[in-house]
Design a protein around this ligand. Structure first.
Ligand SMILES: C[S@@+](CC[C@H](N)C(=O)[O-])C[C@H]1O[C@@H](n2cnc3c(N)ncnc32)[C@H](O)[C@@H]1O
Length: 485
């Protein structure tokens, strides 16, 4: 094949796509390409009833933007609807449309069927006050590039926002149709669980919920015949200008997640015996010890070789320890064992083999002392120093380490995390590892790209400066945006 053939557009299904997409697409059967998985009739009736009972309009104008074999139209035909009900159905697949035209003739509902790409339809014949849909689930990489760019442009124009790169075709259906819905109108949608479990789903739902409330939500285990996935039915009412945060009263906020979803955590290094392995500057082999964070330095958010004072004899491999130091450690260890104070572990280890003086040495970019007296804070481990088991080592996921460090230190994050802590008396609090992991925090994966740039800059400033208050307050305002959605 010539390069020009790959680049040249080839028409398919009335749209222009490039040859690469064509090859990729042709590997997919039509049902996959168009996300043709149909709603079981009983669920369709349940959804149609939700619309009929929550409708507040005298004239019902229903949009079914991806009608398929008229599953929902048939369901509505079993119900009593306002006499002036109109029904508008779209499908990109001519077979579905001709099937639906025939079905429509058997119903009492005034229907209009349109063959074509609903997402590219600029103006509908009426403004819907009800939407019912099972939108096609098609992965972003399977949508041809030309159409995808057009879809993205449409959403950018309607919402002044961009679609997440890992998105899915159903997201475009959700956003476009919600925009077309009349105020106080309802949308009943059945979608794969990705809408609440994926980042792209959450982001899209957040956009919708700025002007909507979820009035009903139900999780359904594997409802579809052809796909082993769980789904959610949602009834969403459009409410333009609704008060912020009044929404989702009965739902877990979509923008809070357990901390463990966005960071990995590992406890620091437990020394076999602190007295022996923490070095002292009078020790003969002090120079062979290495910096080791044992105590949190005062008034700083950064730890490095300048402010960490403790050192320890920390080795993973026996061959890197000098024979003299080995001998000296052995003598010191024997003295400690003779004294018999807190020496049980040491004694046991020494009896097993010669590797008793080795530790598993690891480090982490962000550290948190989980014994909290005052001023709880996350430390940026600038020189990636090993740290003691008084700290949790935090490894952020899907975000820069320094931005994560900034966000974790904002009062919103700190408060959310500390709300899981236990009082130990005398003003001391402690966070067990599972309490730390399970603390609900704002989901930083929902941060908009323009805010990400601001946070990068703030994190850089925070690294350079000692006066953190103003920077953290600015970052906190952006964190609040995540919560408000
Ligand atoms: C998941 S099926 C649902 C069909 C039916 N509403 C149901 O619930 O049984 C999605 C339908 O959307 C159609 N479709 C896919 N892409 C479309 C597009 N861009 N515009 C209109 N319809 C589309 C497919 O042909 C398919 O019939």
């Amino acid at each position: 094949m010539l390069i020009k053939d790959i680049i040249n557009p080839i028409p398919i299904f009335g749209n222009i796509i490039n040859a690469n997409d064509y090859i990729l697409m042709n590997k997919l059967p039509k049902s996959k390409l168009f996300g043709q998985i149909f709603t079981p009739p009983l669920l369709a009736i349940e959804m149609a009833k939700l619309i009929a009972t929550s409708n507040t309009f005298n004239k019902l104008k229903i949009l079914d933007p991806c009608i398929g074999p008229s599953t929902f139209l048939k369901a509505f035909n079993n119900l009593t609807l306002p006499s002036e009900t109109k029904y508008l159905g779209f499908d990109i697949d001519p077979e579905m449309i001709s099937h639906s035209i025939n079905t429509a003739k058997t119903t009492n509902i005034k229907t209009i069927m349109k063959e074509g790409d609903y997402l590219l339809e600029k103006s509908l014949v009426f403004q819907p006050n009800a939407i019912i849909m099972n939108p096609p689930y098609v992965r972003h990489e399977w949508i041809n590039q030309v159409e995808k760019n057009k879809y993205k442009d449409i959403i950018r124009t309607l919402y002044k926002d961009t679609i997440d790169g890992r998105s899915n075709l159903f997201i475009y259906f959700l956003l476009k149709s919600f925009h077309e819905l009349a105020n106080n109108g309802v949308m009943c949608i059945i979608v794969y669980d990705a809408i609440t479990s994926s980042i792209y789903g959450k982001k899209a739902l957040q956009l919708v919920l700025k002007n909507a409330n979820i009035e009903y939500q139900k999780h359904i285990k594997t409802p579809f015949n052809d796909a082993l996935v769980d789904a959610t039915i949602m009834l969403i009412r459009k409410q333009m200008g609704k008060p912020l945060l009044k929404k989702e009263k009965n739902h877990q906020p979509i923008n809070l997640v357990p901390l463990k979803e966005i960071v990995d955590t590992r406890r620091g290094i437990g020394l076999i015996n602190s007295k022996l392995f923490i070095s002292n500057k009078h020790d003969p082999y002090f120079n062979e010890s290495k910096l080791f964070l044992k105590k949190q330095p005062l008034d700083t958010l950064v730890v490095n070789h300048e402010n960490v004072k403790q050192k320890a004899y920390l080795y993973e491999k026996p061959e890197v320890i000098s024979i003299k130091l080995k001998r000296w450690l052995h003598n010191e260890a024997s003295k400690i064992c003779k004294q018999g104070k807190n020496s049980k572990t040491l004694e046991d280890k020494m009896q097993i083999n010669d590797n008793w003086l080795l530790h598993k040495v690891h480090t982490a970019p962000i550290l948190f002392n989980y014994y909290i007296r005052s001023n709880p804070r996350f430390l940026f481990n600038q020189d990636m120093l090993p740290f003691s088991d008084n700290f949790y080592g935090v490894y952020p996921k899907e975000i820069d380490n320094n931005v994560a460090w900034l966000l974790l230190n904002t009062s919103t994050f700190v408060e959310h995390i500390l709300s899981n802590a236990r009082n130990q008396g005398n003003g001391l609090k402690k966070l067990q590892l599972y309490e730390f992991n399970d603390a609900l925090v704002p989901d930083w994966r929902l941060i908009r790209s323009k805010d990400q740039h601001k946070l990068q800059k703030l994190a850089q400033e925070l690294l350079k400066t000692n006066s953190s208050k103003a920077i953290l307050a600015e970052a906190d305002a952006l964190v609040q945006n995540i919560i408000k959605g």
